[in-house]
Design a protein around this ligand. Sequence first.
Ligand SMILES: NC(=O)c1ccc[n+]([C@@H]2O[C@H](COP(=O)([O-])OP(=O)(O)OC[C@H]3O[C@@H](n4cnc5c(N)ncnc54)[C@H](OP(=O)(O)O)[C@@H]3O)[C@@H](O)[C@H]2O)c1
Length: 279
Amino acid sequence: MKTALITGFTSGIGKATVKSLLTEYEMILVCRNKEKGINTINEFLSYTPHAKLHLFVADLSSIKEVNALCSNIKAQFSKLDLLINNAGLFIPQKQLSADGYELTLATNHLSAFQLTNALVPILINAKESRIINVASEAHKIAKLDWNDMNLTNQFSGIRAYANSKLYNIMFTYKLAEQLKDSQVTVNAMHPGGVNTNFGKNVTGFTGFLFNQLGFLMRTPEKGAETIIWLATSNNIKGVTGKYFKDKKAISSLAASYNQDNLNKLWALSQEMINNILTS
Ligand SMILES: NC(=O)c1ccc[n+]([C@@H]2O[C@H](COP(=O)([O-])OP(=O)(O)OC[C@H]3O[C@@H](n4cnc5c(N)ncnc54)[C@H](OP(=O)(O)O)[C@@H]3O)[C@@H](O)[C@H]2O)c1
């Protein structure tokens, strides 16, 4: 049986994705709240009693927790066929992670960067493994500033979120280039506007949009469709370094194709991780 890891399976798109994959994959399920994780797993087992599910707990906004998580996973699993970086958040007010970085940047980008890089060895051990990064069309309103990735001077929740989703796509492109001689593919995707817990804690006008307009949005099952297709379809075999929406490759922001930007993002992300791990 193949092995898959997904982050953020306790609600929304991640939960819907697991429901579809758990008969085909032995699943490594990563969440930050153990009780919520156990309850969600019990729900999965109530309709698929023989599913092989492994719970791992880590707050992904902490790089030290991400590293401990990866060490535990690598101690128990020698190969990984599928990695879905799905966990993410939107916060309207500036908050810092335990490591001192802006929380959206830490949760949505730095964690996926570090988790994926740490797991590349066991992804390479699997035959034809796939990485899927859940990004967003919101990346198209991102404004890059390599001197202020932490948004120290000019924070807005929307900008932090848009930038983090642009980083998800740029990381995808750079990693695909680095893994081009391996059997590992890496793609990013946009799930659509999906009615999940996403943004439900937000107040004000943005909160109104998230909380009241859910009926206009996709169901989590619909939002998960392109992830499941990228994970399982033979049509996508060998395809790497692309960005998808509704099972079609689409263009991302022009800045995301610029090699200098890709190199800069990689170097600055690695520098932040090194700062955290040596502090
Ligand atoms: N909904 C949309 O319209 C939409 C559109 C484009 C892209 N996306 C992307 O889709 C992905 C999934 O979002 P969703 O809409 O399904 O939202 P959601 O229902 O809020 O689910 C987010 C998941 O991420 C987990 N998570 C958040 N912070 C975490 C942390 N620090 N450590 C570990 N897990 C953490 C949450 O855990 P808890 O249950 O503990 O909170 C939850 O399981 C995100 O990357 C989001 O950016 C969503």
